[in-house]
Design a protein around this ligand. Structure first.
Ligand code: ADP
Ligand code: AMP
Length: 214
């Protein structure tokens, strides 16, 4: 099972992708997590990606496509995977389709987590991200039981720089311009499924499971 998660920044793609990955025992591949890991480790790629991420812009396709497609060729993806945050542009989606096709493979579902812009700023200003393992929480909707540290690894939780309201607005406009066209792209391929992302996260998850098990 190969799944792509679509939706605005803060729609809940990562939250749902982690739950799906755990239930179906497939890897969760987040391009944003890969970039943040590179930034943390001080790599050249991390330095370049940070310049774009801090401004709320997309990292150029040339730095993104091969990185994710290489990850997909690893053995643990043979039984499937869930992609979160990739593809984000039509050229990325085309490169992904070509790479899968070259292996006689294809995507099964593109799941669009639909949340209106009005809800996004509250979602993102309340998001807290673990500096150790990348786990995400929300100060109201999904607080950590251990306060401002991660329940899983104990490291500190932070507000991501790009989750500050001024950057969120930019990320939303970039989303509408460059990523939203993927909804029509995957609808045209008859693999698009849309779920109401304004529901409680367990209800969103139940709706996704119904789609995957239909
Ligand atoms: P994305 O991966 O799409 O950027 P996240 O999964 O990180 O989004 O979710 C953004 C924030 O909203 C996080 O703080 C998360 O805990 C919270 N969140 C996710 N899903 C829901 C939901 N259904 N209801 C309320 N808050 C949610
Ligand atoms: P995310 O963790 O998915 O919210 O991504 C955080 C940031 O990483 C985005 O705002 C982009 O700057 C960058 N990024 C992540 N995935 C991609 C991608 N597929 N293409 C371009 N930039 C990306």
């Amino acid at each position: 099972m190969k799944i792509v998660m679509l939706g605005a920044p803060g729609a809940g793609k990562g939250t749902q992708a982690k739950m799906i990955a755990a239930k179906y025992e497939i890897p969760h591949i987040s391009s944003g997590d890969i970039f943040r890991m590179n930034i943390k480790n001080g790599t050249e790629l991390g330095k370049k990606a940070k310049e774009y991420m801090d401004q709320g812009l997309l990292v150029p396709d040339e730095l993104t496509v091969d990185l994710v497609i290489d990850r997909l060729s690893q053995d643990d993806c043979k039984k499937g995977c869930i992609l979160d945050g990739f593809p984000r542009t039509i050229p990325q989606a085309e490169a992904l389709a070509a790479a899968l096709e070259a292996r006689g493979d294809r995507l099964d579902y593109a799941i669009n987590v639909d949340v209106p812009d009005e809800n996004i700023v509250a979602r993102m200003s309340g998001r807290r991200t673990c500096t150790g393992c990348g786990a995400t929480y929300h100060i109201i909707y999904n607080p950590s039981k251990t306060g401002d540290t991660c329940e899983t690894c104990g490291e500190t939780l932070i507000l991501r720089d790009d989750d500050k309201p001024e950057t969120v607005q930019k990320r939303l406009s970039v989303y509408h311009e460059q990523t939203q066209p993927l909804i029509d792209f995957y609808d045209g391929q008859k693999i698009l499924k849309t779920v109401d992302g304004t529901q409680d996260m367990n209800d969103v998850f139940a709706a996704i499971v119904r789609i995957l098990e239909a």
